[in-house]
Design a binder for this molecule. Structure first.
Ligand SMILES: [Zn+2]
Length: 345
């Protein structure tokens, strides 16, 4: 099969012919129709994230069709339209059993990192890593939009639930112009947030942010985001801050801009420390929380909502498989608004 290989950390992709995967017991193989190209996987291409094996085929936001199954597989059958669940979780530990599987005690890595992923004509995974598309999602006709649901939309849906967004809440999204940010705006609008505020440093992204549901845009490059958020809420402060950037320069204004009962959700693992006022946290009953990806149920719920037409993924740039390197060059320069994807023809 044709595949895009990542030869090493930070190295350009190569486009090569490699052996077709064949399923062992408990495994299945899907023909990949499309695979999302988000920042999560670009971290691997850029070398910020080291993998345990090279060369590696990256990519996890797939839409595909099952073409072969190994012995003992009953989760999927040939012809099923499928996407993939990103994490390799055990399914039986405490956290998996209480539907908080992103905290799995036996977490064994990620599709496209610890296994080969979707930047290829075929992908082989444990059969339970595949998730069937519900009726109502036309994965054959729109594979790119179908493929990215499992992360680009499922991650925001989880955030909405974790932050308990209600119609009384003003929600600010930091990093609103990125692939996840744009979808976060959409899902916050869908959740009937009172007001949705897009915060980004690139004004070029604001047009798309408004189209996707932002009522207000704030250019953070001026360095006075907290004040601007307070002004936008008549001094009351925002209810929910969702931070996809999560460095000191976004987390501190995010907390400073929270009003009574405010919630901060951080989604980036860059590990920066930040300072917050504990008296304010107490006085206003502020909550600070992390949110990792989504559970299988949250992915299934998201697929169901898309199938019903509640919201849909926005893929702004589609390229054939062999142009993966060019696409990631654009991702690296932050030239892509919303989500990009490879479409295998
Ligand atoms: Zn587990």
């Amino acid at each position: 099969m044709k595949a895009i290989l990542l030869p090493g950390p930070g190295m350009p992709f190569t486009y090569e012919t490699v052996p077709d995967p064949t399923p062992g017991p408990g495994e299945a193989v899907a023909r990949v129709l499309a695979c999302g190209s988000g920042l999560t996987i670009h971290h691997a291409r850029a070398g910020r994230l080291k993998l345990n094996h090279y060369p590696r085929i990256i990519g996890h936001e797939i839409a595909g069709e099952i073409v072969a199954v190994g012995a003992g597989v009953n989760e999927v059958t040939i012809g099923d339209g499928v996407t993939a669940y990103f994490y390799f979780n055990c399914g039986h530990c405490h956290w998996c059993r209480i539907n908080r599987e992103t905290l799995c005690e036996n977490h064994a890595g990620y599709v496209g990192r610890e296994s080969d992923g979707g930047y290829a004509e075929f992908i082989k995974l444990p059969a339970r890593s595949f998730m069937k598309f519900p009726d109502g999602i036309d994965w054959r006709k729109n594979p790119a939009e179908a493929g990215v649901i499992c992360d680009a939309l499922a991650t925001p849906l989880k955030v909405i639930r974790r932050a308990r967004v209600t119609p009384h809440d003003t929600v600010a999204v930091f990093g609103a112009g990125g692939g996840l940010g744009i979808h976060m705006l959409m899902v916050a609008r869908w959740a009937r947030a009172k007001k949705v505020i897009a915060v980004d440093t690139s004004a070029a992204k604001f047009e798309a942010a408004v189209k996707c549901g932002a009522d207000i845009t704030i250019d953070a490059s001026a360095g006075r985001v907290a004040e601007q958020l307070l002004e936008a809420t008549g001094g009351k402060g925002i209810a929910v801050a969702i931070d996809f950037v999560s460095n000191k320069s976004t987390l501190e204004p995010a907390v400073a801009a929270l009003g009574k009962g405010g919630r901060l959700v951080t989604l980036s693992g860059n590990g920066q420390s930040f300072t917050a006022d504990s008296a304010k946290i107490l006085r206003n009953e502020i909550e600070i929380m992390g949110s990792r990806y989504a559970t299988r149920q949250e992915v299934m719920d998201t697929l169901e909502l898309v199938a019903r037409g509640e919201f849909s993924a926005l893929v702004t740039e589609k390229r054939p498989l062999e142009q993966a390197e060019a696409l990631h060059q654009r991702l690296d320069k932050e030239l892509i608004i919303g989500r990009a994807a490879l479409v295998m023809g």
